[in-house]
Design a protein around this ligand. Structure first.
Ligand code: NAD
Length: 510
């Protein structure tokens, strides 16, 4: 985490509260200049070949593999997260994105020939070009301070864009590292450091082509409104309140271990972390008992800041005041650092704030559900729609439930891991945002598709002026002949519309 002081962000390790380093903040008035610079740098980059862009991605992947330990050190110092997670949740998604893009972007972005099946347009040819948008503003949160900006910058660059990155003010060192890794390989990436006012200046900058925002729904709304005033497109990756549905035929031990990881990974500071668990009656008691026992034994990292810990504590206190039971945890861990005990809550009333608000901490609620329909209903009772998971030995039953869950991703006997597999489209519904990152959808979202038409200019165009009654008849007839369903219907239409077709032929002979 970091605190701001006179033009600098001072980073403090949230586990020990010891200083880690500092970065200079960018004055909001200087952000426009960064965007202008990026715009100039984008031109040659956007003109570079797909093979050159691929070479840069491969080069950066090699650097990541070489520098993995140093990158993990920075992330661990800045967030206090366990070192294992620095590899599994920061480096794996980053390298995977580069390797996926190196393999797939040249194919996906290559100009596509588009044919014309319409009889009257058969002589035309076209090409669909996936052109860059220009300058993409990437605004990032602190919870995965390396992986999130890194993957988004990689996708934007692969599509031929330049990037201005605004990392979270709580994790500026990881953000600076992302920018440095790409910039030192020669990619057009600039970084603007600072708080919300720097992000605001970026969204308002002239010449910005798109904003990719990852953060809270609250700030996402402000960003979308500001970008909307300028008609700048936005991708919003916002919060979540992911449900986990445990069916009566689930593998109990796997479901408990999966729930532990998906609820308490990164101290619960995960957009697609499990915050609500719905267990069918047959497994409810043993599930709750095992989950509580194992949660008690966990040794978690800290929350990112005192403010974040206070937010989590307030949600838990409110739930308990309204009748919820804390089977374990429910309080901060004493001593230095912003620690909070892993917490399992049951009997949470619907009126408790934790039922609706994103907790973003090491807290999970567990409730009993009677059947599949009740599980789906409960899981969908949220304004968010990022991820969800179904735990069952029956893949078909899982598939049926997956279709009814309102979410951008549904996992089976696992949760959240697919952020680290670049082919898996990522994004949400409702208050979890819109637009997609990862996969071909994320890549195409960072392009401006251009349809380029080609015509020899030798074929007359019958729909041009002059207009008369005969022309209207000709096109009414042609409509049926061209678009009736099936060859027989079209042949019948051609016979009954022969007069119209003759009139049409005359227009070709003008
Ligand atoms: P946040 O919304 O407070 O801040 C996100 C970023 O926006 C920061 O860089 C911040 O400085 C900047 N910002 C703040 N005000 C701004 C403004 N007015 N204009 C422009 N930028 C502004 O979020 P956070 O606390 O950093 O991150 C936690 C949130 O992010 C959680 O809700 C979490 O679920 C969400 N998240 C979502 C995903 C996803 O993929 N959907 C991934 C990670 C985190």
């Amino acid at each position: 985490m970091a605190v701001a002081a006179s033009g600098e962000l001072h980073v403090v390790n949230p586990a020990t509260l010891e200083p880690v380093g500092s970065v200079a903040t960018t004055d909001p008035t200087a952000v426009q200049e960064l965007v202008t610079e990026a715009k100039l740098a984008q031109e040659p980059w956007g003109d570079s070949s797909l093979a050159d862009r691929r070479a840069l991605l491969v080069e950066v992947a090699d650097v990541l593999l070489d520098r993995a330990d140093g990158i993990a050190d920075t992330v661990v110092a800045e967030t206090g997260k366990p070192r294992v997670e620095a590899f599994t949740t920061e480096l794996f998604p980053a390298v995977d994105a580069l390797v996926w893009l190196a393999k797939n972007a040249p194919k996906l972005l290559a100009p596509e020939r588009v044919g014309y099946p319409q009889l009257h347009l058969k002589h035309k040819r076209a090409t669909l070009r996936y052109e860059p948008i220009g300058v993409v503003g990437v605004i990032s949160p602190w919870n995965f301070p390396f992986a999130i900006p890194f993957t988004q910058v990689a996708y934007a660059l692969a599509a031929g864009n330049a990037v201005v990155l605004k990392p979270s003010e709580l994790t500026p060192l990881s953000g600076a590292l992302v920018a440095e890794l790409f910039a030192s390989a020669g990619a057009p990436v600039r970084v603007a450091q600072g708080g919300g006012n720097v992000g605001e200046a970026l969204v308002r900058a002239r010449g910005l082509g798109k904003v990719v925002f990852t953060g809270s729904a609250e700030v996402g709304r402000l960003v979308a409104a500001s970008a909307g005033e300028r008609l700048v497109p936005v991708t919003l990756e916002l919060g979540g309140k992911d449900p986990m549905v445990v069916l009566d035929d689930a593998d109990l031990a796997r479901a408990v271990d999966g729930a532990l990881w998906a609820s308490f990974l990164n101290c619960g500071q995960v957009c697609s972390g499990v915050e609500r668990i719905y267990v069918q009656s047959a497994l409810y008691e043993p599930f709750v008992e095992e989950l509580t026992r194992k949660a008690r034994e966990l040794d978690l990292g800290p929350l990112i800041s005192e403010e974040q810990r206070d937010k989590v504590a307030a949600l838990v206190d409110d739930a308990i005041a309204q009748g919820a039971r804390a089977l374990t945890g429910g309080r901060a861990r004493p001593g230095a650092g912003w620690f909070y005990e892993p917490t399992v809550l049951t009997e949470v009333p619907r009126s408790a704030r934790i039922e609706h608000d994103e907790t973003f901490g090491p807290v999970v609620t567990v409730a009993r559900v009677a059947d599949d329909a009740a599980a789906v209903r409960a899981a969908n009772e949220t304004s968010f729609g990022l991820g969800a998971s179904v735990w069952t030995r029956d893949a078909e039953r899982a598939g049926r439930i997956a279709r009814r869950l309102r979410a951008g991703t549904v996992w089976h006997n696992d949760h959240a891991y697919s952020y680290a597999s670049s082919q898996a489209t990522w994004g949400g519904r409702g208050e979890s945002g819109f637009g997609r990152t990862h996969s071909r959808h994320g890549l195409y979202d960072l392009t401006s598709p251009k349809f380029v038409d080609r015509d020899s200019g030798r074929v007359p165009v019958p729909w041009w002026f002059p207009y008369d009654d005969a022309a209207a008849d000709a096109f009414r007839g042609a409509l049926r002949v061209l678009y009736s369903d099936g060859i027989a219907a079209r042949a019948r239409a051609a016979w009954s519309e022969r007069r119209a077709l003759l009139a049409l032929a005359k227009r070709y002979r003008r």
